[in-house]
Design a protein around this ligand. Structure first.
Ligand SMILES: NC(=O)c1ccc[n+]([C@@H]2O[C@H](COP(=O)([O-])OP(=O)(O)OC[C@H]3O[C@@H](n4cnc5c(N)ncnc54)[C@H](OP(=O)(O)O)[C@@H]3O)[C@@H](O)[C@H]2O)c1
Length: 257
């Protein structure tokens, strides 16, 4: 099915953490295509982030490019100061950036655990507090990117899975506390999403063909599928969906393996 491009986000300001690559990059581009000015945040891949910024500027939208490590509270606060200076407000905050140390449960060390929690979870706590202060009285939206590891067990996924479970919980608390201020807060959860990251795995074509055969709808979830849902959840059309984690899975999680 083709994409519908509207101007739902005309002149809104949208911040997407971790938007130099993958799903975050797609979210930034799709919000810009619907009229938003975008804050692109990155950490290690400045060239990729600058490329996203160029693409957005070519759509006629403004971009603020911010290098900020989501593991550091002061960098997050400084990013919101930059947003205040550049735009004077924020309409949508999306915490997409994620990192993690993949270890078996018995091998998880507290350094890797702390890093994963800081980037994936604490950054949303700090970011949501900052973002709310920049949102207009007419309201706004926040979104967090979660994964099926929050309530399922995957190999070497303890730290990331736990960080996402806490993230979903934080989403619920902010959703209730910020409802009076017309700020809507939700999460999107996905399993494997078709991004460039999968290109690095050997025999990926074969593995993907096998996964697609098993998928009820016979295709993988793509970053555009995530963007379609994000554009809806952050819009006034979704105002009665609050504090929810919406699974996007093509139906696969309904099947017993
Ligand atoms: N891809 C999937 O299959 C999948 C499935 C379920 C959920 N998700 C969730 O969707 C989100 C995006 O996933 P993805 O696969 O698109 O990720 P990705 O391709 O690995 O990209 C991660 C992004 O996060 C940024 N990032 C990483 N550490 C950071 C830090 N410390 N500070 C600031 N930015 C940082 C990276 O920026 P730099 O490269 O510039 O450092 C990059 O832009 C994540 O929350 C992930 O858990 C993904």
């Amino acid at each position: 099915m083709g994409q519908t491009v509207s101007n739902r986000y005309q002149d809104k300001v949208v911040c997407v953490t971790g938007s130099s690559r993958g799903i975050g990059r797609k979210l930034a581009l799709r919000f810009a295509a619907e009229g938003a000015d975008v804050v692109i945040n990155y950490f290690r891949n400045g060239d990729a982030a600058r490329e996203v910024a160029r693409e957005i500027e070519s759509l006629g939208r403004r971009v603020l490019l911010v290098r900020a490590n989501m593991a550091q509270e002061e960098k997050i606060v400084a990013m919101f100061d930059e947003i205040r200076n550049a735009f004077g407000r924020l309409d949508v905050f999306i915490h997409n950036a994620a990192s993690g140390r993949n270890r078996s449960a018995m091998e998880v060390d507290t350094k890797g655990w702390d890093w994963t929690m800081q980037v994936n979870t604490r950054a949303f706590l700090v970011g949501a507090q900052q973002a709310a202060q920049l949102m207009p009285q007419t309201g706004g939206a926040m979104l967090a990117l979660s994964s099926f590891g929050s309530d399922h067990v995957f190999p070497y996924y303890l730290s990331v899975g736990s960080s996402k479970a806490a993230l979903e919980s934080i989403v619920r608390y902010f959703a209730i506390e910020l409802a009076d201020r017309k700020i809507n807060v939700n999460a999107i959860s996905a399993g494997a999403v078709l991004t460039d990251a999968l290109d690095h795995f050997p025999d990926m074509d074969k593995t993907l063909a096998e996964v697609e055969r098993k998928m009820p709808y016979h295709r993988m979830v793509t970053p555009d599928d995530i963007a379609n849902l994000a554009l809806f959840l952050c819009s006034p059309e979704a105002e009665m969906i609050r504090g929810q984690t919406i699974k996007i899975d093509g139906g696969i999680t309904l099947l017993v393996p």
